[in-house]
Write a protein that binds this ligand. Structure first.
Ligand code: GLP
Length: 239
């Protein structure tokens, strides 16, 4: 798969913003899935900066939520939707954002979430991070390549990695999440996976050079015809 390595996370952020600008030049109302996580902070900072200086107009974007904790609603401070609202949607003026039915993820609600994406004509660009265990969205190792949007149990390691978001809250990290499936994600016309920092080097190497396998969900993007990986030097080095 195509891998581009940049010196710093800031340069990776610039490349993501450049790609967004190209997508927006092609479609006035692109459908884009946006991930959460610390990898995305410099990326969204760059996108917000460009939108505030008039270089990038994201107001036509139709945003799609990729993953979320189960049980949250619009008032849950530690939710991914609140995080995205703060770091991306509000400062760029993206008002169209299709959320997962996280509060009450019945099979009917999950199916209708996917039907809405289909009614938009599918996803133009799926931006993804990678978890330390190789997860994409909340598809933990072992998730089927053809999985759809569903409720999943979170790994202990994933819950630990996300504890920092739940400090201000009286709740503890939920044990379950709602996530787009791998099959759902890979239906996007283009996939852009972002990895930065030395702690991602080993898993990124495995995802790109190990077997394409459900044990490393991120490796499954190698079966996509238009997937690209953007990494900084720390994540992109050979471990
Ligand atoms: C989280 C999210 C993913 C994210 C990944 C990496 O658990 N569910 O969508 O891509 O882990 O997060 P970070 O960028 O903070 O390392």
């Amino acid at each position: 798969k195509s891998l581009r390595i940049f010196d710093t996370p800031t340069e990776v952020a610039g490349a993501v913003a450049d790609r967004l600008a190209e997508v927006l030049a092609q479609h006035p109302r692109p459908v884009i899935t946006f991930p959460t996580g610390s990898t995305m902070l410099p990326v969204y900072r760059e996108i917000v900066a460009r939108s505030q200086t008039g270089q990038l107009d994201l107001r036509g974007v139709q945003g799609i939520q990729l993953d979320e904790y189960a049980g949250v609603d619009d008032h849950t401070e530690a939710s991914f939707r609140a995080w995205l609202h703060e770091h991306l949607l509000a400062p760029t003026g993206i008002t169209a954002f299709h959320t997962l039915p996280a509060h009450d993820p019945t099979p009917a609600a999950l199916a209708s979430y996917e039907q809405v994406i289909a009614s938009y004509g599918g996803v133009d660009l799926a931006i993804l991070g990678i978890g330390g265990n190789g997860h994409i969205a909340f598809n933990e190792p072992g998730s089927p390549a053809d999985s759809r949007t569903r409720v999943v149990e979170l790994d202990r390691r994933t819950r630990q990695a996300n504890e920092r978001y739940w400090t201000d809250s009286d709740a503890f990290v939920p044990t379950r999440a709602v996530t787009q499936g791998i099959g759902t994600i890979l239906e996007a016309r283009e996939v852009l996976l972002i990895a930065t920092g030395a702690e991602k080097a080993e898993i990124l190497h495995e995802a790109l050079h190990g077997p394409v396998s459900e044990h490393v969900p991120a490796s499954l993007i190698r079966s996509h015809p238009h997937a690209e990986v953007l990494a900084d030097a720390a994540a992109g080095r050979q471990p």
